[in-house]
Design a protein around this ligand. Structure first.
Ligand SMILES: [Zn+2]
Length: 196
């Protein structure tokens, strides 16, 4: 019996931090819902993620359950790839604010995924603060075809290392590796399995 309980104890601690994401669906989430008859943009709580919110331009972009599921998928993949021993990434997700937009923006400067500097580019996502990101709705109105996960990687890096690494795989700033790019591709594939 002792042996068995030791085994199960080890098994418990082997789950990783993803099990600490609360499965509680709090009453406050119910009252926070998109209302098509009220003015836009509207701010909606994202269920299961404590203080996480989204600002939506209409009720289709995106229903809160879709955004919540996307955040679960992101965290699942992040934990699989990099772990989250001090829960910095979970903490970021639990207070993130996502502002969805139906239009792209034009940026003066930016970097490609490989780190080359770009000028006057159409931008589809941008980290605004430690806890806020602006994201264009994505091609074909799909979260998997938006920059959400890309921006969440920037924010996770900032939460973990203090810098969001704007040049991605480039060498000017550190943090973003090819593993981060691969993690984004894989987690987007997972999103598509949920038709998101
Ligand atoms: Zn970026």
């Amino acid at each position: 019996m002792i042996f068995l309980s030791i085994i199960s104890c080890f098994t418990c601690s082997g789950h990783g931090p993803s099990v600490f994401l609360s499965n509680e669906y709090k009453p406050i989430y119910k009252s926070s819902a998109c209302d098509p008859d009220k003015p836009f943009p509207q701010m909606i709580l994202i269920p299961f993620f404590e203080h996480a919110t989204q600002i939506v331009p209409n009720c289709q972009t995106y229903p809160k359950y879709k955004t919540a599921l996307a955040l679960f998928v992101f965290y699942h993949k992040w934990d699989e790839y990099f772990g989250d021993r001090n829960y910095a990434v979970m903490g970021m997700l639990e207070k993130v604010m996502i502002q969805w937009d139906t239009n792209k923006k034009v940026g003066k400067r930016g970097y490609s995924l490989k780190g080359e500097p770009l000028k006057d580019v159409k931008i589809i996502g941008r980290v605004e603060t430690n806890s806020m990101t602006w994201v264009w709705q994505g091609y074909n109105h799909r979260i998997s075809q938006s920059a959400l996960f890309h921006e969440l990687v920037h924010m996770s890096l900032r939460a973990k290392h203090g810098t969001a690494d704007p040049d991605h795989e480039g060498t000017k700033y550190r943090g973003w590796t090819s593993a981060h790019s691969a993690m984004i591709v894989e987690s987007k594939q997972m999103l598509r399995a949920f038709d998101l």
